[in-house]
Ligand binder design. Sequence first.
Ligand SMILES: Nc1ncnc2c1ncn2[C@@H]1O[C@H](COP(=O)(O)OP(=O)(O)OP(=O)(O)O)[C@@H](O)[C@H]1O
Length: 298
Amino acid sequence: MNEILSTSGLKKSYKNTHALKDLNISVQKGQIYGILGPNGSGKTTTLGILLGVIKPDAGDFNWFENGSLDENRQNIGALLETPNFYPYLNAVDNLKIVAEIKSLKNISVRIQKVLERVDLWERRKTKFKAFSLGMKQRLAIASAILADPEVLVLDEPTNGLDPQGIAEIRSLILNIAKEGKTIIIASHILDEIEKMCTHVAILKDGSLITEGTLDELMLQEKILKINADNPQKLLDCIAEITDINLVRSEDDGILISVNEKTSAAQVNQMIAEKGIYLNALAVHRKNLESTFLEIINQ
Ligand SMILES: Nc1ncnc2c1ncn2[C@@H]1O[C@H](COP(=O)(O)OP(=O)(O)OP(=O)(O)O)[C@@H](O)[C@H]1O
């Protein structure tokens, strides 16, 4: 079994808002699948539907190639929002309640294992209310993996955390993925998705704009930074060359995009043929942010 999740034509509206319009995605085993989109693009609605909390108006979804959610529930760990643990209970006692709700066996062994996993075993006797936000989030992940699910679904897992907390959650997620688990993670933080995910779906206004591996999304074109003694003349010249697109002007040069197969030497030649000689030309690594901004501005 390789397909962990597929959706087909998922739709959801709230009065006049089309939160989700015809969503089709597919997640394979072992992927860290990022659902990326600006605020209001439909990420939480998508996860809510996949976890059975929100009912879609139309469409279907299929977990583990065997259908409806209920029979698969134990195999999906979820973190949808900052969880409500009991403030006056410690980490172990909070997880005992979760284990009982989920009718799990070998509770003590499981709890020790997950608390060690999220680096909270030393703090197991600390009351939840005394935890930092990062520790609370780690306890939530411990709770989500308590039943040892095949898939972990996370909605904005680093929201509100400081840089150290973000780094801890990121390395925890990457380590869980290394154990062969599949992770689906919604975020509006590009850097987050870029550092963690193997695959990305970009949503805008409830529609899937693009889906693919990080490399596929980032390497469709190459970004170069160029300059000349007269930047204005260079800008005019670029406007005349159809194979070169202007990305933006910066203080120290002009960012252009060209087809991935176009070499820097070819770019130099195209511009020289117009009588302009470059005094700088460097490949500017494209990151997900530039891809994302280009895609959502289309
Ligand atoms: N219960 C609701 N009632 C009315 N409108 C809603 C409701 N839930 C979501 N929406 C609207 O549906 C759209 C998609 O919302 P959703 O929360 O899924 O987006 P999101 O990408 O998760 O955004 P964010 O990053 O802000 O959480 C938004 O326009 C939102 O205002």
